[in-house]
Design a protein around this ligand. Structure first.
Ligand code: FAD
Length: 517
C-alpha cells in the first residue's frame, strides 16, 4: 500500500503538510520530513484567509493552544490605504454581504447616491476594526450578529467541505516561522520522522520518477510520494523533474519585497485587527500587527524601484522603531508551476506557486493544496485522473487569485507615478477584461466572477471595485423603480448593530493579553 511520504522542506508548507497528514491518517502513514540546516525558511509576519481555522480545527487545536506560541492576532479585514488618493482608506472585511430583495446591499448603496464609505454603510466590521476591537467578547464567544450568520455552524467541517461556504468573520495573523516550529513539535509527537540535513541530490529511476533524495549526512531517503516544500527553489518539481514555471509577471509585475520585523510595545500602540496595505510610488507596504511586534514590508517591482530605495522608503514609513532592525530582501517568483503534481512528486507552498501577498493568499494556497491532496490521495495504481483533478484545482485557485489581484491595480484610482499609470495600460488576462466590462453595468455575482473555486466570493470583488474608485459603477436600473424601504431598514440595522458592538466588545490587545495569561 502506498503510504510512505518524504517531505523535503521545513517551512510553513512542509510542517503544515506533515501535521495535516498525521492528523488525517495517523499511524497508517509513514512521514519523513527533511529540512536543510542552512537554508532558511520564509517568515515575515503572515496574514491569512478565514478558512485557515478549519486547518487548526482539523488538527484538534484550539486558539489558546497555538495562538500565543505564534504571537498571533485576529485579522478582520484587509485595509487598503491610499490606493484611491492620499488619505483615503477602505476595508475588505470578512463579512457576508447582505442582500435585499435579491440585490446586494452595495447595489442599493450605489442607488442611494454613494457616501464616502461603502464599507461602513454596508458592513458592521468596518467600525469594529476602526475602534481596534476583538470579534470575540470578553467570555470568548463570537459576536452574535446576523451579519456573520452561519459561522459557528461551520465548526467541525473537515477536508474540503467548507470551501465556498459562509465566510467566517475573522482570520489570523501570525509569525509563520513560529507556526512551523509549533507544528514541528505537534508532528514529531505524532510520529513524523524529522531529519535536519541538506538534500544534495534527487535521483530519478528509468521512468523519470523520483526514487530517492540524497542528504549530506544521512545518506539516501526514499518513499512512495515526494512532497516538494523547498520554497522558491522548487528543488524536486522544477529542478529535478524540470517542470516549467508559468510566470505571472506580465500581469503582476511586483517581484521583490523588503521586510522588517519591528519589536513594539503593542499595549501602548494598540492593535488594529487587520492587515494594512498602504499604496506607495512603486508598490505597497504591508503592516501586520502581532503580539510583541509589527511585521512590515514593501512589495515592489524591480523594474520601477531599486532595493535600496525600497528599504529607505520602508524605514521612513516605519519611523525610529525600525532603526536597528535588519532588513530582509526577498526576490519573489510570481506565478505557478505548469503542474504542481508530476509523476510521484507534489509541490506545496512557494515551490508550487505564489502571487504577491496583497490578499494574504500564500498560506491559503498551502491549506487548499493539502486538502486537495487528501481528497485525491494516490493509490497503488497512481490513477492519472487524480493527478489531473489535483492539478486542475491548483491551477484554478492560482489563476483565479491572479485575476483578483490584477483587478486591484486596474481599479485603483491612483495614477500619479509611472508604476500606477502603467497598471492601467498593461495587458490583463482577457477573461478579466471581459468581466470588468460586465461589472461596469452590474456588480459582480457568482455568474460573473472567476468560475472555479479560488477562495474569493463575489462580495470581495465588489469591495475592491467600490473601494479602489477608479472604475465607474452603476446601480441596477431596476432599483430606481423598486421600493427602498427594506434596504433602508437594513442600513439602519447595520448602524444599530455597529453601535452595540463598538460599545460592548473588548479591545483586541486586551483580548489577546488575557488569552496569553
Ligand atoms: P520556505 O519557507 O522557503 O521553506 C523552504 C524550506 O525548504 C526550508 O525549510 C529550507 O530549509 C528547505 N530547503 C530548501 N532547500 C533544501 C535542500 N536542498 N535540502 C533540504 N531542505 C531544503 N503568506 C500568507 O499567507 N500571508 C502573507 O501575508 C504572506 N506574506 C508573504 C510575504 C512575502 C514577501 C513572501 C515571500 C511570502 C509571504 N507569504 C505569505 C507566503 C508564506 O510566507 C509562505 O507561503 C510560507 O512561509 C511557505 O513557505 P514554504 O514553506 O513554501 O517555503
Amino acid at each position: 500500500m502506498l503510504n510512505k511520504i518524504v517531505i523535503v522542506g521545513g517551512g510553513t508548507a512542509g510542517w503544515m503538510t506533515a501535521s495535516y497528514f498525521k492528523a488525517a491518517f495517523g499511524d497508517r502513514i509513514d512521514i519523513t520530513l527533511v529540512e536543510s540546516g542552512h537554508v532558511g525558511a520564509v517568515g515575515v509576519g503572515e496574514a491569512t484567509f478565514s478558512d485557515i481555522r478549519h486547518f487548526f480545527e482539523f488538527l484538534g487545536l484550539k486558539e489558546k493552544d497555538w495562538m500565543p506560541a505564534c504571537n498571533a492576532t485576529y485579522k478582520l479585514a484587509v485595509k487598503f490605504e491610499n490606493w484611491r488618493e492620499e488619505g483615503h482608506y477602505f476595508y475588505h472585511p470578512f463579512e457576508q454581504m447582505r442582500s435585499v430583495n435579491g440585490f446586494p446591499l452595495t447595489d442599493w448603496w450605489l442607488r442611494n447616491g454613494p457616501t464616502d464609505r461603502f464599507d461602513k454603510d454596508c458592513f458592521v466590521m468596518a467600525s469594529v476594526i476602526d475602534a481596534g476591537l476583538s470579534p470575540r467578547k470578553e467570555d470568548g464567544t463570537l459576536i452574535d450578529s446576523p451579519f456573520v450568520e452561519g459561522a459557528d455552524e461551520m465548526a467541525g467541517l473537515t477536508m474540503v467541505e467548507h470551501q465556498g461556504k459562509t465566510q467566517f468573520p475573522y482570520a489570523y495573523q501570525f509569525e509563520a516561522s513560529l507556526l512551523a516550529k509549533y507544528l514541528t513539535t505537534y508532528s514529531v509527537e505524532r510520529g513524523v520522522k524529522h531529519v535536519v540535513d541538506h538534500v544534495e541530490q534527487v535521483t530519478l529511476d528509468e521512468r523519470g520518477w523520483i526514487s530517492g533524495v540524497t542528504t549530506t549526512d544521512h545518506g539516501d531517503i526514499t518513499g512512495d510520494l515526494y512532497i516538494d516544500c523547498t520554497g522558491f527553489r522548487g528543488l524536486l518539481l522544477n529542478k529535478a523533474l524540470e517542470t516549467p514555471f508559468i510566470s505571472y509577471k506580465d500581469t503582476l509585475p511586483n517581484d521583490s519585497a523588503v521586510a522588517l520585523q519591528v519589536p513594539m510595545d503593542m499595549e501602548r500602540r494598540g492593535i488594529l485587527p487587520c492587515t494594512t496595505a498602504t499604496a506607495q510610488d512603486a508598490g505597497w507596504i504591508w503592516t501586520i500587527p502581532l503580539m510583541g511586534r509589527v511585521g512590515t514590508g514593501y512589495v515592489y517591482a524591480k523594474d520601477y524601484l531599486s532595493p535600496e530605495e525600497a528599504e529607505r522608503t520602508l524605514r521612513e514609513f516605519v519611523g525610529p522603531a525600525a532603526a536597528d532592525v535588519p532588513a530582509n530582501h526577498i526576490t519573489m517568483r510570481i506565478g505557478r508551476s505548469e503542474n504542481s503534481w508530476v509523476k510521484n512528486c507534489v509541490a506545496i507552498g512557494l515551490s508550487s506557486g505564489f502571487v504577491e501577498p496583497l490578499e494574504s493568499t500564500g498560506i491559503f494556497f498551502i491549506h487548499h493544496a493539502i486538502e486537495q491532496l487528501a481528497k485525491n490521495f494516490p493509490g497503488d495504481d497512481w490513477n492519472p485522473v487524480q493527478r489531473e483533478l489535483y492539478n486542475d484545482s491548483i491551477a484554478h485557485v492560482m489563476d483565479g487569485v491572479r485575476e483578483f489581484l490584477v483587478l486591484h491595480y486596474v481599479a485603483a484610482k491612483r495614477n500619479d507615478t509611472q508604476y500606477w499609470r502603467d497598471a492601467k495600460t498593461r495587458a490583463i488576462p482577457e477573461s478579466l477584461a471581459a468581466r470588468i466590462e460586465k461589472w461596469k453595468t452590474q456588480l459582480p455575482d457568482s455568474e460573473t466572477v472567476f468560475p472555479y473555486y479560488h477562495g474569493l466570493p463575489p462580495y470581495s470583488y465588489m469591495c475592491i471595485l467600490l473601494g479602489m474608485g477608479g472604475i465607474d459603477l452603476k446601480p441596477s436600473p431596476a432599483l430606481a423603480l423598486a421600493d427602498p424601504t427594506a434596504a433602508e431598514r437594513e442600513f439602519e440595522a447595520i448602524r444599530e448593530k455597529t453601535r452595540q458592538l463598538t460599545e460592548s466588545l473588548p479591545k483586541a490587545y486586551d483580548y489577546f493579553a488575557r488569552m496569553r495569561g
